[in-house]
Design a protein around this ligand. Structure first.
Ligand SMILES: Cc1cc2nc3c(=O)[nH]c(=O)nc-3n(C[C@H](O)[C@H](O)[C@H](O)COP(=O)(O)OP(=O)(O)OC[C@H]3O[C@@H](n4cnc5c(N)ncnc54)[C@H](O)[C@@H]3O)c2cc1C
Length: 469
């Protein structure tokens, strides 16, 4: 791909669009630009030539028109909390940051909708709507850091996906700027809409490669009145996995069923210097149930606790108040950071299988780890089939590690696909998984996707180097 460099005239034009204070140059403002060189993916960095901090759709339209004319790559960025390198400017050029577009524009109580700008932190949406007795369910573990624009681009999930689904199930309307600079509006405050092809759903999960999302309308639910959290420690890793499928098979739909292996819990303890209950158990399940009456939730949790004990859980701890609940969830939210602390070089996968295949997936991963003599720690949203597979470098020598990662990755992917799964459930293909796309999708589908990309972005200026091999 041939792109032009950002020159003095382009910088002057960018300053005219967003104001000089919102243009950061790699040459002049290197220290401030550093944070835009990476996301949370381990080991991936690239320097942009310029960072622009935008505050309106019109500014974005002007920038994209300029970038298209000058053939300069543009990488949209929310908070840079992604885990597939989506916001990393692998071809340099312009990083377009939405951090200043952080207003909640309207909470519409009559239509049960909230309209926001893309740079709003997801947790701020939760708190704002919950204060009104309303509920926005998608809850990525990064919710106090990531933006809703990034969630739309990745179609983020979270623990509550078991019962409530993922980001795309809540989006009703989007405004977006195309690479040509045109501004489009899809959907609105509508629960139903079948007018033509569903471009809104196409943009969700498109990883910032088709358009820049500038306004989002989300559907809300009434806030459930009762919530109970359970922590079940198991001495047998496989028994915990079997319990996950058994709960679902018993026609109970918890809000969450999170799975945490012993090594992840011990890593959290080492990082937080706080003891996690039953830290020596082989695996923990963290299960949340919600509903509108105490009786209904109690009936469900008693059955879930019974199933856990039947499968050999050592105990079932119950948290009915916020303090105890926060303590249980704190450990879960810290895992990614704790594993990085444990082994600064590590490799995370994000595979998803039909829920009933969770036991087979976890068993297979253990076999792969044993075969390669490497530590693999699994945790994640087992209740919806989505497991984060962390390969830790520990003391593996550098050269061996370089060869090992692609081998282990491919074996984990082949196992996942053989179980009817997909290679990423919520983190996206981004820059890090693109070479594996042909393993996961057939040629006809990849060709259709390339055609769609070319139609939206004929000069390939918007987030190049992502998704496609
Ligand atoms: C500790 C930790 C826990 C996590 N837990 C979860 C989890 O439970 N579930 C989950 O799904 N993910 C999780 N993630 C991954 C990550 O938080 C999500 O992918 C999140 O959606 C990224 O949002 P962001 O604002 O940081 O996006 P960024 O990293 O800035 O960008 C991600 C992608 O979105 C594009 N983008 C950003 N804004 C726009 C826009 N306005 N228009 C078009 N494209 C845009 C970028 O170009 C890029 O391709 C976790 C990450 C960490 C570090």
């Amino acid at each position: 791909m041939m792109y032009n460099r950002v020159n003095a005239a382009t910088v002057a034009e960018l300053r005219g669009i967003v104001g000089a204070e919102n243009v950061l140059l790699a040459d002049g403002d290197a220290e401030m630009v550093e944070r835009y060189t990476h996301d949370e993916t381990v080991g991936l960095r690239a320097m942009p030539e310029v960072v622009v901090r935008v505050s309106s759709a019109q500014q974005i339209a002007d920038i994209l028109r300029l970038a298209q004319r000058e053939r300069i790559p543009v990488t949209p960025r929310g908070a840079g909390y992604g885990l597939s390198g989506g916001a990393v400017p692998v071809y340099g050029g312009i990083v377009l940051s939405t951090e200043k577009m952080n207003r909640i524009l309207e909470i519409d109580r009559e239509n049960l909708m909230v309209t926001v700008e893309p740079g709003v932190i997801t947790g701020d949406i939760h708190r704002a709507v919950e204060a009104e007795g309303l509920f926005y369910p998608p809850d990525p573990a990064s919710l106090d850091s990531c933006t809703i624009g990034g969630n739309i681009a990745e179609c983020a999930g979270g623990p509550r996906a078991v019962k409530y689904g993922v980001t795309r199930h809540y989006v009703c309307g989007l405004e977006a700027v195309l690479p040509s600079g045109e501004i489009i509006t899809c959907g609105g405050k509508l629960v139903k809409n079948v007018t033509g092809y569903d471009l809104m759903q196409l943009l969700i999960g498109s990883e910032g490669t088709l358009a820049v999302v500038t306004r989002i309308t989300l559907r809300l639910l009434p806030l459930p009145r009762v919530q109970v959290d359970l922590l079940a420690p198991f001495d047998d890793f496989q028994a915990a996995a079997n319990t996950v499928s058994d709960i679902i098979a018993n026609r109970i739909l918890p809000t969450t069923i999170e799975f945490m292996e012993r090594d992840s819990i011990l890593a959290v303890e080492r990082l937080s210097q706080k003891e996690v209950p039953y830290h020596d158990a082989a695996a923990h399940l963290l299960i949340q149930l919600d509903g509108n009456t105490q009786e209904a939730v109690d009936a469900d949790y008693e059955l879930v606790a019974e199933l856990c004990l039947k499968h050999g859980a050592r105990d079932v701890l119950v948290a009915k108040d916020r303090r105890t609940r926060d303590r249980l969830w704190e450990a879960r939210r810290l895992i990614i950071e704790a594993l990085k602390h444990e082994s600064p070089v590590n490799h995370m996968e994000d595979v998803v299988v039909p829920r009933a295949e969770i036991p087979a997936l976890l068993r297979g991963i253990k076999e792969i780890a044993a075969r390669h003599g490497v530590r693999i720690v699994c945790f994640g949203h087992a209740g919806d089939g989505n497991v984060h597979v962390n390969v830790l470098k520990d003391t593996v020598p550098e050269q061996q590690w370089e060869m090992l990662v692609p081998q282990v990755t491919e074996e984990v992917y082949r196992l996942t696909l053989s179980l009817g799964g997909a290679i990423t459930g919520e983190h996206g293909i981004g820059a890090t998984r693109r070479r594996y796309l042909p393993l996961a999708l057939d040629e006809a589908q990849i060709a259709l996707m390339r055609g769609i990309k070319a139609l939206f972005d004929p000069h390939n200026i918007l987030n190049p180097g992502k998704i496609f091999p």
